[in-house]
Design a protein around this ligand. Structure first.
Ligand SMILES: [Zn+2]
Length: 298
Protein backbone atom coordinates (compact mmCIF):
# COMPACT_ATOMS: atom_id res chain seq x y z
CA UNK A 1 0.00 0.00 0.00
CA UNK A 2 2.91 2.35 0.63
CA UNK A 3 3.16 3.04 -3.04
CA UNK A 4 3.00 6.86 -2.94
CA UNK A 5 6.77 7.21 -2.85
CA UNK A 6 7.96 3.93 -4.31
CA UNK A 7 7.55 3.02 -7.93
CA UNK A 8 6.11 -0.45 -8.48
CA UNK A 9 9.31 -1.40 -10.21
CA UNK A 10 11.21 -1.06 -6.96
CA UNK A 11 8.54 -1.72 -4.39
CA UNK A 12 8.92 -5.47 -4.26
CA UNK A 13 12.56 -5.79 -3.45
CA UNK A 14 13.81 -2.63 -1.74
CA UNK A 15 12.64 -0.29 0.99
CA UNK A 16 11.28 3.20 0.39
CA UNK A 17 14.41 5.05 1.46
CA UNK A 18 16.52 3.09 -0.98
CA UNK A 19 14.01 3.58 -3.77
CA UNK A 20 14.08 7.30 -3.13
CA UNK A 21 17.86 7.27 -3.48
CA UNK A 22 17.73 5.38 -6.79
CA UNK A 23 17.28 8.40 -8.92
CA UNK A 24 20.53 10.08 -9.81
CA UNK A 25 21.66 10.82 -13.34
CA UNK A 26 25.35 10.66 -14.20
CA UNK A 27 25.83 13.30 -16.88
CA UNK A 28 29.15 11.96 -18.15
CA UNK A 29 30.55 8.49 -18.69
CA UNK A 30 32.21 6.58 -21.50
CA UNK A 31 31.80 2.98 -22.60
CA UNK A 32 33.66 0.71 -24.99
CA UNK A 33 33.98 -2.97 -25.71
CA UNK A 34 36.77 -5.31 -26.79
CA UNK A 35 34.26 -6.69 -29.32
CA UNK A 36 35.84 -4.65 -32.09
CA UNK A 37 34.22 -6.69 -34.83
CA UNK A 38 30.90 -5.32 -33.73
CA UNK A 39 32.16 -1.79 -33.03
CA UNK A 40 35.34 -1.21 -35.06
CA UNK A 41 37.99 1.05 -33.54
CA UNK A 42 39.33 4.21 -35.15
CA UNK A 43 42.16 3.90 -37.64
CA UNK A 44 45.45 3.15 -35.92
CA UNK A 45 43.81 2.04 -32.65
CA UNK A 46 43.92 -1.60 -31.61
CA UNK A 47 42.22 -3.53 -28.86
CA UNK A 48 45.49 -3.42 -26.86
CA UNK A 49 45.14 0.36 -26.66
CA UNK A 50 41.85 0.16 -24.75
CA UNK A 51 42.43 1.01 -21.10
CA UNK A 52 40.73 -0.61 -19.32
CA UNK A 53 40.36 -3.30 -22.00
CA UNK A 54 36.62 -3.43 -21.47
CA UNK A 55 34.12 -0.97 -20.02
CA UNK A 56 30.73 -1.85 -21.44
CA UNK A 57 27.31 -0.47 -20.60
CA UNK A 58 26.79 -3.56 -18.42
CA UNK A 59 30.00 -2.89 -16.49
CA UNK A 60 29.08 0.77 -16.08
CA UNK A 61 25.65 -0.02 -14.65
CA UNK A 62 27.17 -2.59 -12.31
CA UNK A 63 29.22 0.23 -10.76
CA UNK A 64 26.56 2.96 -10.90
CA UNK A 65 23.28 1.24 -10.00
CA UNK A 66 24.19 0.03 -6.49
CA UNK A 67 25.06 3.65 -5.63
CA UNK A 68 21.70 5.01 -6.73
CA UNK A 69 22.61 6.18 -10.22
CA UNK A 70 19.84 5.10 -12.54
CA UNK A 71 20.59 6.88 -15.77
CA UNK A 72 23.78 7.86 -17.55
CA UNK A 73 24.71 10.17 -20.39
CA UNK A 74 27.19 8.32 -22.62
CA UNK A 75 29.92 10.46 -24.13
CA UNK A 76 31.44 9.53 -27.49
CA UNK A 77 35.09 8.50 -27.14
CA UNK A 78 36.86 10.10 -30.08
CA UNK A 79 40.26 8.49 -29.54
CA UNK A 80 38.78 4.98 -29.73
CA UNK A 81 35.87 5.44 -32.12
CA UNK A 82 36.48 8.75 -33.92
CA UNK A 83 33.11 9.94 -35.28
CA UNK A 84 31.46 6.51 -35.24
CA UNK A 85 28.89 6.85 -32.47
CA UNK A 86 27.44 3.37 -32.91
CA UNK A 87 28.74 1.85 -29.65
CA UNK A 88 26.93 4.47 -27.53
CA UNK A 89 23.87 4.49 -29.81
CA UNK A 90 23.52 0.70 -29.52
CA UNK A 91 23.56 0.93 -25.71
CA UNK A 92 20.89 3.65 -25.75
CA UNK A 93 18.79 1.68 -28.18
CA UNK A 94 19.02 -1.37 -25.88
CA UNK A 95 18.09 0.69 -22.78
CA UNK A 96 16.17 3.77 -23.95
CA UNK A 97 15.08 4.66 -20.41
CA UNK A 98 18.62 4.56 -19.10
CA UNK A 99 20.94 6.17 -21.63
CA UNK A 100 21.29 9.22 -23.85
CA UNK A 101 24.25 9.93 -26.10
CA UNK A 102 26.56 12.88 -26.56
CA UNK A 103 27.87 12.08 -30.02
CA UNK A 104 30.54 13.59 -32.21
CA UNK A 105 30.19 14.75 -35.78
CA UNK A 106 32.73 15.79 -38.40
CA UNK A 107 31.64 19.35 -39.02
CA UNK A 108 33.32 19.45 -42.43
CA UNK A 109 30.75 17.02 -43.90
CA UNK A 110 27.82 18.08 -46.05
CA UNK A 111 24.19 17.94 -44.92
CA UNK A 112 24.88 18.72 -41.24
CA UNK A 113 21.24 19.46 -40.30
CA UNK A 114 20.01 16.20 -41.82
CA UNK A 115 22.74 14.27 -40.04
CA UNK A 116 21.89 15.94 -36.72
CA UNK A 117 18.23 15.07 -37.10
CA UNK A 118 19.02 11.47 -37.92
CA UNK A 119 21.27 11.23 -34.86
CA UNK A 120 18.57 12.78 -32.70
CA UNK A 121 16.30 9.90 -33.67
CA UNK A 122 19.09 7.63 -32.38
CA UNK A 123 18.98 9.42 -28.98
CA UNK A 124 22.02 11.59 -29.66
CA UNK A 125 20.76 14.63 -27.81
CA UNK A 126 24.05 16.54 -27.76
CA UNK A 127 27.41 16.81 -29.50
CA UNK A 128 30.85 16.89 -28.02
CA UNK A 129 32.92 19.63 -29.62
CA UNK A 130 36.57 20.37 -28.91
CA UNK A 131 39.49 22.44 -30.19
CA UNK A 132 41.68 19.32 -30.00
CA UNK A 133 40.83 18.19 -33.54
CA UNK A 134 40.71 21.42 -35.56
CA UNK A 135 42.06 24.09 -33.20
CA UNK A 136 41.74 26.97 -35.67
CA UNK A 137 38.22 26.38 -36.93
CA UNK A 138 36.30 24.28 -34.38
CA UNK A 139 33.96 27.18 -33.60
CA UNK A 140 34.30 29.38 -36.65
CA UNK A 141 34.08 27.13 -39.73
CA UNK A 142 30.88 27.16 -41.77
CA UNK A 143 30.08 23.62 -40.63
CA UNK A 144 30.58 24.49 -36.96
CA UNK A 145 28.22 27.43 -37.29
CA UNK A 146 25.61 25.27 -39.01
CA UNK A 147 25.84 22.87 -36.08
CA UNK A 148 25.31 25.62 -33.52
CA UNK A 149 22.42 27.11 -35.49
CA UNK A 150 20.75 23.73 -36.09
CA UNK A 151 21.15 22.75 -32.43
CA UNK A 152 19.05 25.74 -31.38
CA UNK A 153 16.23 24.25 -33.46
CA UNK A 154 16.61 20.56 -32.60
CA UNK A 155 17.24 21.10 -28.87
CA UNK A 156 20.53 19.23 -29.07
CA UNK A 157 23.29 20.71 -26.89
CA UNK A 158 26.85 21.65 -27.73
CA UNK A 159 29.14 20.11 -25.10
CA UNK A 160 32.56 21.73 -25.00
CA UNK A 161 35.64 19.76 -24.00
CA UNK A 162 37.93 22.70 -23.47
CA UNK A 163 40.60 24.24 -21.29
CA UNK A 164 40.18 27.60 -19.64
CA UNK A 165 42.10 29.33 -22.46
CA UNK A 166 39.15 28.55 -24.76
CA UNK A 167 36.48 30.11 -22.58
CA UNK A 168 36.54 33.46 -24.33
CA UNK A 169 36.03 31.87 -27.76
CA UNK A 170 33.11 29.84 -26.42
CA UNK A 171 31.71 32.99 -24.85
CA UNK A 172 31.72 34.63 -28.30
CA UNK A 173 29.80 31.68 -29.80
CA UNK A 174 27.25 31.81 -26.96
CA UNK A 175 26.74 35.45 -27.81
CA UNK A 176 26.36 34.70 -31.51
CA UNK A 177 23.95 31.78 -30.93
CA UNK A 178 22.02 32.74 -27.79
CA UNK A 179 19.34 30.05 -28.28
CA UNK A 180 21.81 27.17 -28.52
CA UNK A 181 22.23 25.21 -25.32
CA UNK A 182 25.89 24.89 -24.28
CA UNK A 183 27.39 22.57 -21.68
CA UNK A 184 30.93 23.07 -20.40
CA UNK A 185 32.58 19.75 -19.54
CA UNK A 186 34.62 19.28 -16.35
CA UNK A 187 34.74 22.98 -15.27
CA UNK A 188 36.63 23.76 -18.50
CA UNK A 189 39.34 21.59 -16.90
CA UNK A 190 40.32 24.38 -14.54
CA UNK A 191 42.82 22.85 -12.11
CA UNK A 192 44.10 20.18 -14.51
CA UNK A 193 47.65 21.50 -13.90
CA UNK A 194 47.01 21.50 -10.14
CA UNK A 195 46.33 25.26 -10.02
CA UNK A 196 42.81 26.61 -9.66
CA UNK A 197 43.17 30.20 -10.77
CA UNK A 198 40.62 32.74 -9.69
CA UNK A 199 40.79 34.51 -13.03
CA UNK A 200 39.80 31.29 -14.83
CA UNK A 201 36.94 30.60 -12.42
CA UNK A 202 35.69 34.14 -13.02
CA UNK A 203 35.79 33.61 -16.80
CA UNK A 204 33.78 30.41 -16.43
CA UNK A 205 31.27 32.11 -14.13
CA UNK A 206 30.92 34.95 -16.63
CA UNK A 207 29.42 32.49 -19.13
CA UNK A 208 26.39 32.28 -16.85
CA UNK A 209 25.10 35.56 -18.25
CA UNK A 210 24.12 33.56 -21.35
CA UNK A 211 20.95 31.87 -20.19
CA UNK A 212 21.53 28.65 -22.16
CA UNK A 213 24.88 27.79 -20.59
CA UNK A 214 25.39 24.85 -18.23
CA UNK A 215 28.43 23.40 -16.43
CA UNK A 216 29.30 19.82 -15.60
CA UNK A 217 30.53 19.40 -12.03
CA UNK A 218 32.64 16.39 -12.90
CA UNK A 219 36.01 14.67 -13.25
CA UNK A 220 37.29 15.61 -9.80
CA UNK A 221 39.99 12.93 -10.17
CA UNK A 222 41.65 15.03 -12.90
CA UNK A 223 41.69 18.40 -11.15
CA UNK A 224 43.51 20.10 -8.27
CA UNK A 225 45.17 17.50 -6.03
CA UNK A 226 43.34 14.81 -8.00
CA UNK A 227 42.32 12.77 -4.95
CA UNK A 228 39.56 12.85 -2.33
CA UNK A 229 38.42 14.78 -0.39
CA UNK A 230 38.98 17.36 -3.19
CA UNK A 231 38.74 20.26 -0.72
CA UNK A 232 40.69 22.54 -3.05
CA UNK A 233 37.80 22.31 -5.57
CA UNK A 234 35.21 23.56 -3.10
CA UNK A 235 35.59 27.33 -3.66
CA UNK A 236 35.22 26.84 -7.44
CA UNK A 237 32.11 24.68 -7.06
CA UNK A 238 30.62 27.24 -4.68
CA UNK A 239 31.37 30.11 -7.10
CA UNK A 240 29.67 28.17 -9.90
CA UNK A 241 26.68 27.43 -7.71
CA UNK A 242 26.34 31.14 -6.96
CA UNK A 243 26.71 32.10 -10.63
CA UNK A 244 24.70 29.39 -12.42
CA UNK A 245 22.41 28.07 -9.68
CA UNK A 246 21.48 24.40 -9.29
CA UNK A 247 19.31 24.34 -12.40
CA UNK A 248 22.32 24.87 -14.66
CA UNK A 249 24.82 22.57 -12.94
CA UNK A 250 24.98 18.81 -13.36
CA UNK A 251 27.11 16.15 -11.73
CA UNK A 252 29.07 13.65 -13.83
CA UNK A 253 31.55 10.91 -12.97
CA UNK A 254 33.72 10.62 -16.12
CA UNK A 255 33.70 6.87 -15.68
CA UNK A 256 35.80 4.79 -16.12
CA UNK A 257 38.61 7.35 -15.80
CA UNK A 258 37.69 8.31 -12.25
CA UNK A 259 38.07 4.67 -11.22
CA UNK A 260 41.69 4.82 -10.15
CA UNK A 261 43.56 4.19 -6.93
CA UNK A 262 42.05 6.74 -4.57
CA UNK A 263 39.11 7.88 -6.69
CA UNK A 264 36.03 5.79 -7.26
CA UNK A 265 32.34 6.18 -8.00
CA UNK A 266 31.45 6.45 -4.31
CA UNK A 267 34.06 9.14 -3.64
CA UNK A 268 32.68 11.25 -6.48
CA UNK A 269 29.20 10.99 -4.94
CA UNK A 270 30.63 11.62 -1.46
CA UNK A 271 32.07 14.92 -2.65
CA UNK A 272 28.65 15.98 -3.92
CA UNK A 273 26.99 14.84 -0.69
CA UNK A 274 29.42 16.94 1.31
CA UNK A 275 28.25 20.21 -0.32
CA UNK A 276 26.09 21.12 2.65
CA UNK A 277 24.79 24.40 1.20
CA UNK A 278 22.73 22.42 -1.32
CA UNK A 279 19.11 22.11 -0.20
CA UNK A 280 17.29 18.87 -1.01
CA UNK A 281 15.70 20.68 -3.95
CA UNK A 282 19.09 21.99 -5.18
CA UNK A 283 20.56 18.51 -4.91
CA UNK A 284 17.75 17.07 -6.97
CA UNK A 285 18.60 19.51 -9.77
CA UNK A 286 22.38 19.04 -9.71
CA UNK A 287 22.21 15.26 -9.37
CA UNK A 288 19.27 14.60 -11.64
CA UNK A 289 16.92 17.19 -13.04
CA UNK A 290 19.41 19.41 -14.89
CA UNK A 291 20.79 16.44 -16.82
CA UNK A 292 17.26 15.16 -17.35
CA UNK A 293 16.22 18.48 -18.81
CA UNK A 294 19.30 18.94 -20.99
CA UNK A 295 19.85 15.41 -22.29
CA UNK A 296 16.72 13.34 -21.77
CA UNK A 297 14.07 15.83 -22.86
CA UNK A 298 15.45 16.69 -26.31
ZN1 LIG B 1 35.22 11.99 -20.34
Amino acid sequence: MASWCVSTRHANDIDAATADRLRWVDAHSHIWTPDVDKFPLAEGVSVEDLAPRSFTDEQLLKVANPLGVERVVLIQHHTYHAYDNSCCIAAASKRPDTFRVVGMMDETLADIPQRMNKLLADRVTAFRITPRIRPDSWLTSDGAKVMWRTAARTGQSMCCLIDSEHLEAVDASCKQFPDTRVVIDHFARIGVDGQIRDTDVKKLCRLSRHRQTYVKVSAFYALGKKRPPHNELRPMVRALFDAFGPERLMWGSDCPYQLNESNNYQSSLDFMNSLDYLSDGDRLWVMRKTAEKVFFAA
